[in-house]
Design a protein around this ligand. Structure first.
Ligand code: SAM
Length: 183
């Protein structure tokens, strides 16, 4: 999987590993276990509302015709349930943070990030998430933006391309994920 490959590639970059939008922690557990097996001691942090999409973010994309059947996806969750999954599948050391990535206090974010999986599906949290996370990325660091293909109802690609346009960079994609590198 591209995320695991990215974790290996950024192993020597200083900074925490961040997954924004972790749902039940499946990817985090598998990834943290792989890191431990490789002797990689970077902190793995996950961020999620644990109640799905915010009303505001959903409404912004819904106004442009998003598929309404997905409105409540991921809403039946809690930090406790995700902790339970993580603890049983190799993610005991994963740090859980609850909140909306667009409005969490700065103090809840790491000073430096080496690798980030941004997986929050909608335009606004992808765009604003990149605005907050990208400046913290260390040299050689990588952010992957999930669901940037045109197959589903996701709007991640719009948020990714909006941010890259502001940077004056061209988007690059691999296996349906947007990629943003530093250095
Ligand atoms: C596709 S799921 C993540 C899947 C996870 N990365 C995995 O591989 O198992 C999307 C997640 O984004 C979360 N989410 C949506 N909007 C968010 C926001 N503004 N801030 C933080 N998390 C958000 C949802 O609660 C949901 O759990």
């Amino acid at each position: 999987m591209l995320w695991q490959q990215t974790l290996i590639e950024t192993m020597s970059v200083g900074g925490d590993v961040v997954e924004v939008g972790c749902y039940l922690g499946g990817t985090a557990a598998v990834s943290a276990r792989m890191m431990r097996n490789l002797g990689d001691d970077r902190q793995y942090r996950v961020y999620d509302t644990f109640s799905g999409f915010t009303d505001r973010h959903w409404a912004l994309d819904a106004a442009k015709g998003i598929f309404s059947g997905a409105r409540d996806d991921f809403s039946s969750n809690s930090p406790r349930l995700t902790r339970w999954v993580l603890d049983r599948h190799g993610g005991k050391n994963v740090e859980i943070h609850q909140g909306d990535i667009t409005s969490l206090p700065d103090s809840a974010l790491p000073a430096r990030i080496s690798a980030c999986l941004l997986d929050v599906d909608l335009t606004e949290p992808i765009y604003l998430g990149l605005k907050r996370l990208h400046p913290r990325l260390g040299d050689g660091g990588i952010i992957l933006i999930d669901d940037c293909d045109d197959k589903g109802w996701y709007r991640a690609k719009i948020g990714y391309e909006r941010y890259l346009a502001e940077l004056g960079k061209s988007p690059t994609y691999k296996y349906g994920m947007g990629i943003l590198r530093k250095g």
